[in-house]
Design a protein around this ligand. Structure first.
Ligand SMILES: Nc1ncnc2c1ncn2[C@@H]1O[C@H](COP(=O)(O)OP(=O)(O)OP(=O)(O)O)[C@@H](O)[C@H]1O
Length: 282
């Protein structure tokens, strides 16, 4: 789909998360120019500040940066895992982008999560219930979105397992008996079960063997092409960002230091920190 100024799917403005009690100087005294996200006056932590971007339907946006730069905080706020301090996130398919999703009630946030978003976490235990079978985990997501027909749920679960290359025979087996790569595939199945227009992926291949990583990344790329789902991919690893994303935001000390087309950032990084990241790829 072509990008026009108004056809964005998600529009994020001024997204900020501060832990502790900030004062009026906190934002001005933290960030990459200070090499720190800790306010020297209050010791509050600016996990991320003033994050602004638009995501278009079917687009894949990368967030890259070192550990502690604030990448996960951004997606966790957008997925309502943690509360924002300031900021707005408008979602086109929800109330025609007329309300700040971050200010909605918990019930409405659950509705948005179940119908319009999916999340794949680094740790499969955060996204899957290890007491349920793999099919049961997918069923949980389908039921949350109002699908109660048992036959239909099993059929959809097996379709999703085929799509994510998990043997359907393992549908009644628990993810605790699966390899790390297979656990991630089940997490992906669950996350896309309701055909959400938006998927968050937070360090999903970190911790997997290199060969397994490559297969999971291939799967994500194939699903993205097939389903045209918009994604926000968080990774400290620029090779993951290079493989999956169209555009990238580079974060350091809680701020975006550079953003643009991924190819452009890789070929001609402007910010000293992006240059450092890119040189580490060579
Ligand atoms: N509950 C919390 N209380 C205080 N500080 C926190 C809390 N959660 C995160 N932070 C801080 O916020 C900052 C951003 O953390 P975040 O997890 O978003 O970074 P990240 O770039 O995703 O790194 P990583 O990949 O290591 O998680 C870090 O300095 C972190 O220590």
């Amino acid at each position: 789909m072509s990008r026009t100024p108004d056809n964005w799917l998600l529009k994020v403005t001024g997204l900020t998360k501060i832990y502790g009690e900030p004062n009026e100087n906190t934002l001005a005294l933290t960030g990459p120019q200070f090499g720190s996200n800790i306010c020297p006056e209050t010791e509050s932590i600016v996990a991320c500040a003033d994050i602004n971007f638009e995501l278009y339907p079917g687009e894949v946006l990368g967030i890259v940066g070192e550990s502690g730069s604030g990448k996960s905080t951004v997606v966790k706020m957008l997925y309502f895992d943690i509360e924002k301090t300031y900021g707005e996130a408008l979602l086109k398919p929800y109330a025609n982008a007329g309300v700040n999703t971050l200010d909605e009630s918990n019930q409405k946030k659950r509705y948005i999560r179940n119908h319009l978003m999916g999340m794949v976490y680094q740790n499969p235990r955060d996204g899957l219930n290890f007491n349920f079978t793999s099919g049961g985990n997918i069923a949980e997501k389908l039921i949350m979105a109002g699908n109660y027909h048992v036959g239909g749920i099993r059929e959809r679960a097996s379709e999703l397992l085929v799509k994510t290359e998990v043997p359907v025979l393992r549908m009644d087996d628990r993810p605790s008996n699966f390899s790390g790569g297979m656990q991630q595939r089940v997490q992906i199945s669950k996350a896309i079960a309701n055909n959400p227009p938006l998927l968050f992926l937070d360090e999903v291949t970190t911790g997997l063997d290199v060969s397994v990583q490559a297969k999971v990344l291939d799967l994500i790329r194939e699903l993205q092409h097939e389903l045209g789902i918009a994604m926000i991919v968080v990774s400290h690893d620029l090779s993951v960002i290079r493989m999956l994303t169209d555009r990238t935001m580079v974060m350091k000390n809680g701020r975006i230091v550079e953003s643009g087309l991924t190819d452009q950032i890789l070929q001609d990084p402007q910010h000293a920190y992006s240059q450092l990241l890119v040189s580490s790829l060579l």
